[in-house]
Design a protein around this ligand. Structure first.
Ligand code: APR
Length: 231
């Protein structure tokens, strides 16, 4: 019998219980402590590259210190029973470290750097990036992150939409669904698809409320419940 397929569409909340901050929560959100325009735009990079590098160097260190939590682990474990694809807005590598094998990173990856003159030159990056760290063509390295004002890779969006359109179950975890175009991807589910949203807070979305089953729990609690129901 053909295995059923599940797409997990994840955001910062899936890594919150690993100790990584989300972006938009009232006092703890990262965007309450930094201004997006200072650290996360092409203009910020031109104006003050050291500040941008420091911001991402710190986040890389925090990511390295964090461990995948049970929600990441249960998502990976479900590969034994389902065809699982993770579509994530997160730039951390906790899904990888938990053992998930098919992950689409829509917004880039903290553990990679890339050339500023040739975006195809991408390198593994486990340590800080400094000014004057260069790619093989001699240009400054930057974090491999999609900043505000930059385009997501079309091929990644297309691939994510294809998986969402084909899946039997789509589980949204820990995202405020505020950032375009990623937030539109789950709306491509078909009628046959069971749509589940796990978040401890209420999330405003335009997914057609009747079809969405909401588990108002943290990522770990919600995934434990879902896992019991799926296995
Ligand atoms: N478990 C599950 N969800 C949680 C938890 C938890 N323990 N704690 C918080 N959340 C939820 C919040 O209620 C919120 O809905 O996680 C969501 C986090 O939302 P955001 O901070 O907006 O993060 P996200 O949606 O991933 O942001 C999207 O914005 O700035 C950018 O590029 C960045 O990829 C990011 C994008």
């Amino acid at each position: 019998m053909k295995r059923k397929s599940i797409v997990f569409f994840t955001g910062a909340g899936v890594s919150a219980e690993s100790g990584l901050q989300t972006f938009r929560e009232s006092k703890d959100g990262l965007w309450n402590n930094y201004k997006i325009e200072d650290v996360c735009t092409p203009q910020a990079w031109l104006k003050n590259p050291s500040l941008v590098l420091d911001f991402y160097n710190l986040r890389r260190e925090q990511c390295k210190a964090a461990k995948p939590n049970k929600a990441h682990e249960l998502i990976a474990l479900l590969e034994q029973f389902y065809n699982v694809v993770v579509v994530t807005q997160n730039v951390d590598d906790l899904h990888e470290r938990a053992g998930s094998s098919k992950i689409i990173h829509l917004h880039g990856e903290l553990m990679k750097s890339r050339s500023t003159i040739d975006s195809k030159l991408i390198y593994k990056c486990t340590e800080s990036i400094h000014l004057n760290d260069k790619c093989q063509k001699g240009s400054q390295l930057r974090p491999h992150i999609v900043w505000f004002g930059e385009m997501l890779e079309d091929s990644k969006i297309d691939e994510a939409i294809r998986y969402v359109m084909e899946c039997d179950i789509c589980v949204i975890i820990g995202t405020s669904l505020q950032v375009y175009p990623a937030n539109e991807i789950p709306s491509y589910v078909t009628e046959k698809c069971q749509l589940i949203l796990i978040d401890p807070n209420s999330v405003s979305h335009s997914l057609g409320s009747k079809r969405v089953k909401v588990l108002q729990q943290t990522a770990i609690g919600g995934m434990e419940e879902l896992f019991r129901n799926l296995i």
